[in-house]
Structure formats: structure tokens, C-alpha cells
Design a protein around this ligand. Structure first.
Ligand code: AMP
Ligand code: MG
Length: 355
């Protein structure tokens, strides 16, 4: 099924069985240097031909992305890694065997077949194989790995539905493949294998514990928690930028659940008195505790994967409710909770209260 929004072609496909015709339309656009947004198991990506510098530059322009924030190369098959990377060390091989296809990105030495601009001139390249039938079928149809960051405007919450992509990018990109909601909801884990020991650059769907079980100790800098110390040099380009933010100010409250709820209730009173419209992003466990203008449930603290799945859609929903401030409950930074807290701390941009 095909439609068009502000000149962006929208191809609606079945996740498990995307029609050949739709994939060919999108692949032709990519081969002729255009931009196509597509679903992965983490968030929607905005793809371009990795070998076409001009096409890759269009990604930065469409997203308003800073020119020193490199892109992840998406491959359809393990064999394609050697197209993007000059060397595939043994630990990388072990991680690929264990976690691919899946939400794990490996930073490796870059091959010269990949346009410089993909890595913003760095000698390394970030590569992953997405666990989504539409993503992999599209990469195969295009016949080339795709450079693809998240398909949102830079600084906005990443898109987990086709509607989110259109909110940000309608009229700015050539095509969008809509296959419904993405699933995991937070971006891939990124691990740098060009340093010793390997360094975790961004937490995501694969946890540090899972990675350590395969390759041993991994370095985790302050950027992983989402708290960048003042004056600290970011370990990965792009990490210095504020991210994932709704239009309202987001205030993150961290601590024991009962104290968090009490503090948020104090803040609701305080902000309401100032005449500000207040939203609360609540866990299922605490949902009933709040008397705010808007209370949105993001998922269950007992099952943090549900929070990861709904996180970005919930942040965007606060925009529609036109609140001035969002008070968000923190969750324990364990398992996928670490990825959730990394995104929330970045969205808060320093407005973090510990109780
Ligand atoms: P996005 O796909 O929008 O989540 O952004 C991709 C992220 O991958 C960037 O913010 C970078 O931090 C990271 N990245 C991509 N390429 C590299 C690289 N060569 N070295 C280190 N980090 C990278
Ligand atoms: Mg992004």
C-alpha cells in the first residue's frame, strides 16, 4: 500500500513478508542516492548507500545532525562485515556469532570502501546486523550496506513507529517503509573493539553482562550511565550532544521508588503553583500515586524491557499533551534498565534529582 506525505513516499508493508515490489522501489531510491527510512528491531533508521558520499551527506542535512556524529553501517549478512571493516578481530567474531542479528554495534577499523563521511573521517566504522526481516531484505535488495542513524530530527526522541518518522522528517526524505512498531525501543548497544580492553560506548538492547560473558572485561566510562562529567572528553563522538528530549523540560528523579514518588508529588505542587502544566512519566507500580495534569504510564519496573519499548513514544506523547515540564521516575540501572537510564539522563540534560 502506497501513500505520500509532503512528498515523502510511504510504503506500508507486512513485517514478516514484505512484498518484493515495495522493496525494489525503496532499493532503487537508495541506489540512486536517495534516503529511505526503514524499521529495525530497535528504532527506525534513516538509510543511505554507504559508498555514496553525496547520499550520506543528505542524512546529516535531513536530520540537522552535527557533522562530527558518525553513522552506523547496517549489513544483511555476516559476510558483509568485511566490506565495511578492514579487520575483524577474534572478539568481534565471537560477539557476531552470539548476538547477530541483533541490537549490538561493533566499532572496527574502517575499510576504504565505506565513504569517509559515514565515520566523519574517523579511521573506524560502527557496524551491525539488524534483527528485522524488512531491514535485512531492504539491504539485500539495495545490494550495498546502508549507513543509518535513527530516523528522527537530531536531539528528538528516536522513532519507534512510522508516525514518529513522519512527525520529524516528512518532506525531508524520499521514502519511508512502514512495518509498524519496532519492538526493543532503545538503540543498539555500541562496543569499541579497536581499544584494549574493549569499551562500551552506549548501553542498549544487549547488556554489559551479556557481552562480558563472551569476551571478558569491558571498560565502561561515565558516558555509559548517561552522566558526562564536566570537562570530560567524550569517548565516542556524538555523545556530547543532548538527546532524546521532548519539547518540555524533563526532570529525572532517581532513588528508592517510595522516595521518588514522594519527591515527584512535591515537585508537582511546586511547578503547578508556578502556573506550569505538569506531566509525570510513571511506572505501572507508582501510577496511582500522582495528581498531575497528565500522568502517562511507560511500563513496569518489574519488567524494564516494557519501559524500553515504550520510552520514546511516551516522551513524544507528552508533546501532544502540551505540558511545560515532564517529571520522570528513574529505574534501577540494571540489565536493559541501564540503557533506559542513559536515555533519560541525556533527555534531562543535567536536571537530575537524587532522593
Ligand atoms: P544513532 O544511530 O543516531 O544512534 O547514532 C549512532 C551513534 O553511533 C553515534 O552517536 C556514535 O556515538 C556512534 N558511532 C558511530 N560510528 C562510530 C565510530 N566509528 N566510533 C565510535 N562511535 C561511533
Ligand atoms: Mg540517534
Amino acid at each position: 500500500m502506497e501513500s505520500s506525505v509532503k512528498g515523502t513516499r510511504v510504503l506500508r508493508v507486512n513485517r514478516e513478508n514484505p512484498p518484493e515490489g515495495s522493496l525494489q522501489i525503496a532499493a532503487d531510491i537508495l541506489r540512486s542516492g536517495g534516503l529511505v527510512a526503514f524499521p529495525t528491531e530497535t528504532v527506525y533508521g534513516l538509510g543511505a548507500d554507504t559508498t555514496n558520499a553525496e547520499a550520506v551527506r543528505k542524512i546529516f542535512k535531513a536530520k540537522d545532525r552535527p557533522g562530527d556524529n558518525p553513522l552506523i553501517v547496517h549489513v544483511a549478512d555476516v559476510d558483509d562485515v568485511s566490506f565495511a571493516a578492514a579487520v575483524v578481530p577474534a572478539p568481534a567474531q565471537a560477539l557476531m556469532e552470539k548476538f547477530w542479528p541483533g541490537p549490538l554495534t561493533l566499532v572496527l577499523p574502517r575499510s576504504d570502501r565505506i565513504a569517509d563521511v559515514v565515520s566523519c573521517g574517523l579511521p573506524t566504522v560502527a557496524v551491525r546486523m539488524p534483527d528485522h526481516p524488512v531491514a535485512r531484505a531492504l539491504i539485500r535488495a539495495a545490494g550495498v550496506p546502508l549507513a543509518a542513524p535513527s530516523a528522527n530530527l537530531s536531539g528528538r526522541p528516536s522513532p519507534t513507529t512510522a508516525e514518529h518518522v513522519l512527525e520529524d522528517l516528512a518532506g525531508r526524505i524520499d521514502c519511508l517503509i512502514d512495518a509498524g512498531e519496532t519492538g526493543i525501543g532503545v538503540e543498539s548497544t555500541i562496543i569499541d573493539l579497536t581499544v584494549d580492553p574493549p569499551a562500551l560506548l552506549r548501553p542498549g538492547g544487549i547488556t554489559p553482562e551479556q557481552i562480558c560473558a563472551v569476551i571478558g572485561p569491558v571498560f565502561q566510562g561515565a558516558t555509559v550511565s548517561g552522566q558526562v562529567e564536566l570537562g570530560e572528553q567524550p569517548k565516542a563522538p556524538g555523545m556530547k550532544y543532548s538527546h532524546y528530549a521532548p519539547i518540555a523540560d524533563l526532570v529525572l528523579v532517581e532513588g528508592a521508588p517510595s522516595r521518588v514518588a514522594a519527591k515527584i508529588n512535591d515537585l508537582i505542587v511546586e511547578y503547578s503553583r508556578e502556573g506550569r502544566r505538569v506531566g509525570v512519566m510513571a511506572t505501572a507500580e507508582n501510577r496511582g500515586a500522582y495528581m498531575a495534569h497528565v500522568v502517562l504510564e511507560v511500563g513496569s519496573m518489574q519488567r524494564p524491557a516494557t519501559i524500553a519499548t515504550a520510552l520514546f513514544a511516551t516522551l513524544r506523547a507528552f508533546d501532544r499533551h502540551k505540558v511545560d515540564v515532564v517529571l520522570a521516575e528513574g529505574i534501577p540501572p540494571k540489565g536493559i534498565g541501564l540503557a533506559v537510564m542513559n536515555r533519560l539522563r541525556k533527555a534531562a540534560g543535567g536536571r537530575v534529582i537524587e532522593v
